[in-house]
Ligand binder design. Structure first.
Ligand SMILES: Nc1ncnc2c1ncn2[C@@H]1O[C@H](COP(=O)(O)OP(=O)(O)OP(=O)(O)O)[C@@H](O)[C@H]1O
Ligand SMILES: [Mg+2]
Length: 226
């Protein structure tokens, strides 16, 4: 049985598609069979996979588009994801940035749920809602593990938003009396993430990969493989 890894959350433009595509490619390079499921109407991951498919030199990442229509039941997505997990080592799901039927369906069946967030107040403010959503779905998926990724952090050490974000997490943990899992490695804002996306690649596949981006994605990979 393969693993279902979800990149989702309530916020748009935080890096869900960027990390879903990078993980798909990096898992494929490592010899795993991978399908990337785009359940966002914007279809950006799907576009990435199409571009990738045109380059024969890159490790194969299969792709599927799965957006529910108004009358569809979320069971369709759940069953589809389960059936993919019987065929592939990894099913990577890119869910849209809002509280959608697709997101809830994917949470109810995934093994791991990564929530990228920028170090800003509006992003931070979505955390209680996401914890509530995971709590609600724990009845259906008791083994679910979620982790927050600090995304697009300024590499400028003068900007301390990342520290404020971490402080905020600590305060929220005390307030709610729970542990809020956060990936230790912060993912910085780096041009290479934007550059490789256009090419259907991961940050490990370009000539002379950026060592820091490589370290970030390897830390995320380790978490995916755990
Ligand atoms: N770590 C990063 N460094 C630099 N740019 C990034 C990084 N992560 C994402 N980006 C860029 O930020 C923009 C938004 O990223 P992305 O599309 O991955 O977010 P998303 O959460 O999937 O957005 P949406 O909610 O619209 O689907 C893109 O232009 C992407 O290339
Ligand atoms: Mg996206």
């Amino acid at each position: 049985m393969g693993k279902i890894i979800l990149f989702g959350g309530q916020k748009g433009g935080v890096g869900k598609s960027t990390y879903a595509t990078n993980m798909s490619a990096i898992l494929a390079i490592n010899g795993y069979s991978v399908i990337l499921v785009d359940s966002d109407k914007q279809e950006s991951s799907y576009g990435w996979a199409e571009t990738r498919g045109e380059n024969e030199n890159l490790a194969t990442v299969d792709v599927a588009k799965l957006v529910l229509r108004n009358n569809d039941k979320s069971k369709i997505l759940v069953n589809q994801l389960k059936s993919f997990s019987e065929k592939y080592d990894f099913v990577i799901v890119d869910a849209g940035g809002r509280d959608s039927m697709e997101l809830r369906a994917a949470i109810s069946v995934c093994n791991k749920f990564f929530i990228p967030l920028k170090a800003s107040q509006p992003d931070f403010d979505t955390i209680p809602k996401m914890i509530q959503m995971v709590d609600d779905l724990e009845i259906i998926n008791p083994d679910i593990q979620f982790k927050i990724l600090m995304s697009m952090i300024s590499p400028n050490p003068v900007v301390k938003e990342n520290l404020e974000f971490k402080e905020g997490i600590k305060e929220l943990e005390e307030l709610l009396d729970i542990k809020i899992p956060l990936l230790n490695e912060e993912i910085n804002d780096r041009k290479t993430y934007r550059d490789v996306f256009k090419e259907g690649m991961s940050v490990l596949e370009i000539n002379k990969p950026n060592a820091k981006a490589k370290k970030e994605m390897n830390a995320l990979l380790k978490e995916v493989l755990k």
